[in-house]
Design a protein around this ligand. Structure first.
Ligand SMILES: *[C@@H]1O[C@H](CO)[C@@H](O)[C@H](O)[C@H]1NC(C)=O
Ligand SMILES: *[C@@H]1O[C@H](CO)[C@@H](O)[C@H](O)[C@H]1NC(C)=O
Ligand SMILES: *[C@@H]1O[C@H](CO)[C@@H](O)[C@H](O)[C@H]1NC(C)=O
Ligand SMILES: *[C@@H]1O[C@H](CO)[C@@H](O)[C@H](O)[C@H]1NC(C)=O
Ligand SMILES: *[C@@H]1O[C@H](CO)[C@@H](O)[C@H](O)[C@H]1NC(C)=O
Length: 365
């Protein structure tokens, strides 16, 4: 091998062999010593304002958490299901706090739940699911969550000054979308210190949402959102503009669902979206090497000047179920990534395992 070929080979190896381009986050290492870091528990009770009696609100399953850093503490806001609700349990949102990102202290009552308010018809009795939280530039917390009444899942918005007291703002989208199912609202942010702050691009806030193709919406106040539509949009879904589509033969062949908040990445001029991809069966073009219906995770990069434009996406998943508690549970073969923080010099990812427990993966730096 001549010298030139050797140099080219080494450059190629350094660039591609890690399987990871510079724009991607990772590698993330599952923290086996603590995982799963949150389990359901049956010794915490909550006086449900609808049923008027104490409910073991996190007895059945805990999963799909969002995460953020506040006052130097890592806050995990997670979905908890009871055994009472008639649609696989009623979901409420609990809060757990950590100083190392690995082990948590939990509040004994949920901080967000169906109550006697205007959202109740949309939330009872499936509940409040799958939170994602970002900060506004003035320090208010905005949460997107799925309101589920057992009939239709809809993306809703709430806000809070302190993560404990919340104002429900109702549906993210206008009345023309009242009969459209929607979920998984990942708002575009920038990392400021250890806080993820929503950032305007071309005058608007932006949000990726799902969950078949990924779609996109804009807002001027982080409360009311307008989905983008186009002539070549999804004909089965109100002509919504499709920004990320399932790929035949890949881990994400059945559906693509946004994961944690999206992040503008300095240095690569792009918006990073970690997303959850579901595999189809072989007949329908799934990856034959992955079990049908498995949820694995990928990463996508969008243009930071034009958030609808996909620039790149991972060829392979970077996380897939391979632990017993990821393979077996309420819904088997699921890692569902929803919490991303930068904390004490490392990236932490929090994810639901088999819709039953919560696990953590982190980078070394
Ligand atoms: C509560 O959970 C503990 C630990 O998982 C279990 O041993 C116990 O049987 C449960 N109690 C009830 C009343 O379900
Ligand atoms: C939503 O569905 C209901 C019940 O089918 C119907 O009455 C209503 O007109 C629909 N609204 C819109 C905006 O499509
Ligand atoms: C979607 O676009 C088609 C073709 O332009 C149109 O006929 C249809 O009414 C649109 N659907 C919705 C829900 O806007
Ligand atoms: C694959 O999925 C399609 C659509 O859900 C279904 O109709 C078909 O029966 C499935 N095939 C197999 C082999 O499971
Ligand atoms: C990103 O979008 C801007 C504005 O539309 C465009 O000028 C630029 O070429 C795009 N970048 C890439 C990598 O396509």
């Amino acid at each position: 091998m001549n010298y030139y070929l050797l140099v080219v080979s080494i450059l190629w190896f350094v660039t591609y062999s890690s399987g990871q381009d510079a724009w991607q986050l990772g590698p993330f290492i599952k923290q086996d010593d603590v995982n799963p870091t949150l389990h359901p528990r049956n010794d915490t009770f909550f006086l449900c304002p609808i049923q008027g009696r104490p409910i073991a609100w996190e007895e059945k399953d805990v999963f799909n958490p969002t995460a953020l850093v506040k006052d130097g503490l890592l806050h995990l806001l997670y979905r908890a299901e009871d055994t009472v609700g008639t649609h696989f349990g009623t979901s409420r949102i609990g809060l757990a706090i950590s100083t190392d990102g690995l082990t948590f202290t939990r509040l004994t009552t949920p901080i967000f739940y169906p109550a006697d308010d205007a959202a109740l018809p949309a939330e009872w009795d499936g509940g409040c699911e799958d939170p994602r939280i970002v900060e506004s530039p003035t320090g208010t917390y905005f949460m997107t969550y799925t309101a589920y009444n057992g009939d239709m899942a809809r993306l809703f918005v709430a806000s809070s000054p302190d993560l404990l007291t919340w104002t429900k703002h109702g549906p993210a989208f206008g009345p023309q979308y009242v009969n459209m199912s929607s979920k998984a609202g990942a708002i575009v942010t920038r990392l400021v210190g250890e806080r993820f702050v929503a950032e305007r691009i071309n005058g608007f806030y932006w949000m990726y949402f799902g969950d078949t193709n990924a779609f996109i919406a804009t807002s001027s106040d982080l409360i009311s959102w307008s989905p983008l539509t186009s002539p070549d949009g999804d004909p089965d879904k109100y002509n919504l503009t499709m920004v990320l589509r399932p790929r035949p033969g890949y881990f994400d062949s059945r559906l693509n669902e946004p994961g944690p908040q999206a992040v503008i990445r300095d240095g690569v001029d792009g918006i990073l979206l970690i997303y959850n991809g579901m595999n189809y069966n072989e007949t329908m073009g799934g990856d034959p090497n992955i079990p049908e219906d498995t949820y694995s995770a990928g990463q996508a990069l969008f243009n930071a000047s034009n958030p609808i434009q996909l620039i790149s996406r991972t060829e392979e998943y970077f996380m897939t179920p391979d632990k017993p508690y990821e393979e077996v549970g309420q819904v088997g073969n699921v890692v569902f990534l929803e919490g991303l923080v930068r904390y004490k010099g490392a990236w932490f990812l929090y994810y639901g395992t088999a819709d039953s427990k919560i696990a953590v993966a982190k980078t070394d730096a």
